[in-house]
Design a protein around this ligand. Sequence first.
Ligand SMILES: [Zn+2]
Ligand SMILES: [Zn+2]
Ligand SMILES: [Zn+2]
Ligand SMILES: [Zn+2]
Length: 313
Amino acid sequence: MGFEINRFTGEVDDELLCPICSGVLEEPLQAPACEHAFCSACIHEWISRQPTCPVDRQSITQLRPVPRILRNLLARLSITCDNAMYGCQAVLKLDALSSHLSECEHNPKKPVPCEQGCGLIIPMDELKDHNCVRELRALIHSQQQKIQDFQQEIADQRFQINEQKRELYILKDFMRAMRVSNPTMRALADDMERDEVVRWSNSLARARVTRWGGMISTPDDLLQAVIKRSLADSGCPAHIVDDLMEKCHERSWPLGLSSLETRQNNRRQYENYVCKRIPGKQAVVILACDNPHINEDMMADPGLVMIFAHGIE
Ligand SMILES: [Zn+2]
Ligand SMILES: [Zn+2]
Ligand SMILES: [Zn+2]
Ligand SMILES: [Zn+2]
């Protein structure tokens, strides 16, 4: 729909009027053959019913933009603001109207913040009937509803996860029983166990050892028990916990780490280890799957546990 002609100051040339709505052309388009121009909305609605020019009945197959001269003439017209009835006195060039409307102070729907305390953004014309307590109460109610929905969803998912865990345990037991007699099953089970170790490793934070000299090469039973519990709590796959803990003492370490002397000789290689923090403890786990670049005499399967007196970040 075009602009009402009485909103314009001064004469408006007949060429700038839409033959369909009789207003001043808004987003004009023209028929290519006869060059009659119409508002975009007006002509689209017209040709949805009949594909001919409303002025001379010539057929219209496509529409195209009007010439620059016509657009310039339109842009130079002066028009009053849409919100004149709400007190806006502004008179603008037609091409500046839309940017004025987006910030016109007299727009009754202009979003403004409530200044009585609730801070909600509301249309200006709703401000006089606005009640902070009522609005906030409605907001709290809708948010409580959302929280309830989320909680229900979480409970459902937790239930599903537990079901799946249970199925997985059964499946693993089944595979363990089968792997003894079936080589295919053995390979499959090995793969799954390897994946499990990699997933666990990815869940641990990378650790940096700042003082390799703080290494405890002969941890006592109590210290070993503490570290073992932390390993298990961190999600360490059950099938490697004991193997790993076995490798926390120099008597089970590979040749390159087995004595004070060999450790001194190999000191420089420590920096190449990819270490993962055992959560909450001054201890790291150095897994074979994270350290394929380390020499055999410095690595063990499934990995090493190193406990420190201090010096881990
Ligand atoms: Zn029109
Ligand atoms: Zn025509
Ligand atoms: Zn205005
Ligand atoms: Zn309020």
